[in-house]
Design a binder for this molecule. Structure first.
Ligand code: MRU
Length: 345
């Protein structure tokens, strides 16, 4: 196992920072179109995070760190004290884009801490150090994902069926993924196995993103509807479940895309091991348990239609939580950059 081994997929990345310019792959346009969109203002970055152009817990952390730079660039003439105040305001603003994934808050806090360590410098010097910090957050995530892949790949044996929910892959992080990283590594080692991707209503991250990236990378993926896992498990088609997480509470309860909890209950019923894969930045020591994790509520229109086509009566009442919480008792282990761990973390 080495931090030096790395898989580089020939796929567009969720987020890039080149020569001071921030771009996101617009994931709302996938799988139809690959569109890279420059992010010019901080409100554009906010909207991109809120509207899921960039999404997935680690990716929005990276996007938030670079987003701060985009917002701070126009304030380099301020005295250091006012510049730092501006930074804190922008961090609060960006953090409010999405409440559940703790990686966003984690990355913004890290940027803020770095800036306050250098409060004696002028605004431009602080900005330059913040740019290095954002790039470091991004690079560390690449290393984390590769280590998660290496620590988890042995769970996937020849001939297995592996189920995943939502998209915790290359598109949700710097590159490679969390839940999908062990699959990319097992594939690299030459093992043959099948991946089943839940379509993940209402926004279809499994259909639009997971099945897209896995098939483009040459892995054996089969798309299923969200109401099919029980049937596949009963038929003996699934031997392992790996999902990502947006926030793991200190006691091990894990928030992930709505529907994950149901999959975990099914896995328990059929005695199939259920793993959560995430970097340590997803584990939040300040959140004691799942009940304290804020669950994002999203627009009812995501449920009443898709792609501009109504699939329900316009005036129907809708409940649209974006995430649910799987209790620690249903999780066999947490695949992290430090190995497969269990609480207390
Ligand atoms: O609403 P999304 O698409 O941002 O939800 C993403 C997920 O639920 C992922 O599984 C999670 O963020 C982990 S990404 C490595």
């Amino acid at each position: 196992m080495t931090g030096k081994e790395r898989i580089s997929l020939d796929l567009p990345r969720a987020c890039s920072w080149e020569k001071g310019e921030l771009s996101f792959l617009d994931q709302t346009r996938l799988p139809g179109e690959v569109v890279i969109e420059k992010q010019v203002t901080v409100s554009q970055v906010f909207d991109s995070i809120k509207n899921l152009k960039v999404r997935g817990a680690p990716a929005i952390g990276i996007a938030g760190a670079y987003g701060l730079l985009v917002g701070l660039r126009e304030h380099l003439g301020l005295p250091a004290e006012l510049f730092l105040k501006k930074l804190s305001d922008l961090a609060v603003y960006l953090d409010s884009a999405r409440p559940t994934a703790v990686n966003l808050r984690w990355a913004l806090d890290r940027m803020e801490r770095r800036a306050y360590e250098e409060s004696k410098k002028d605004a431009k010097e602080i900005f330059d150090l913040l740019e290095l910090e954002a790039v470091r957050i991004h690079r560390e995530d690449i290393e984390c994902c590769n280590l998660i892949g290496q620590h988890g790949e042995h769970l996937i044996e020849e001939g297995m069926g592996v189920l995943t929910h939502c998209n915790a892959g290359h598109l949700a992080v710097s590159e490679l993924g969390t839940a999908l990283a062990p699959m990319y590594y097992a594939n690299k080692r030459g093992r043959k196995f099948k991946i089943y991707a839940d379509e993940t209503r209402p926004l279809l991250q499994g259909a639009r993103l997971t099945s897209w990236e896995l098939s483009r990378a040459g892995l054996d993926v089969t798309l299923i509807c969200d109401n099919m896992p029980a049937h596949l498990m009963k038929l003996g088609m699934i031997q392992l479940v790996i999902v990502g997480s947006d926030r793991v509470a200190a006691n091990g309860d894990a928030a992930n895309k709505i529907g994950t909890f149901g999959v975990a209950i099914l896995a328990d019923y059929f005695k199939i091991p259920f793993y959560v894969a995430c970097p340590y930045s997803t584990i939040d020591p300040k959140t004691p348990n799942g009940e304290s994790i804020p669950i994002e509520q999203r627009n009812p229109e995501e449920v009443t239609g898709f792609g501009g086509v109504m699939t329900a009566p316009e005036d129907v009442k809708v409940f649209n939580p974006a995430f649910d919480v799987t209790p620690r008792s249903l999780i066999k282990g947490y695949i992290t950059e430090k190995g497969i761990v269990k609480p207390p973390f």
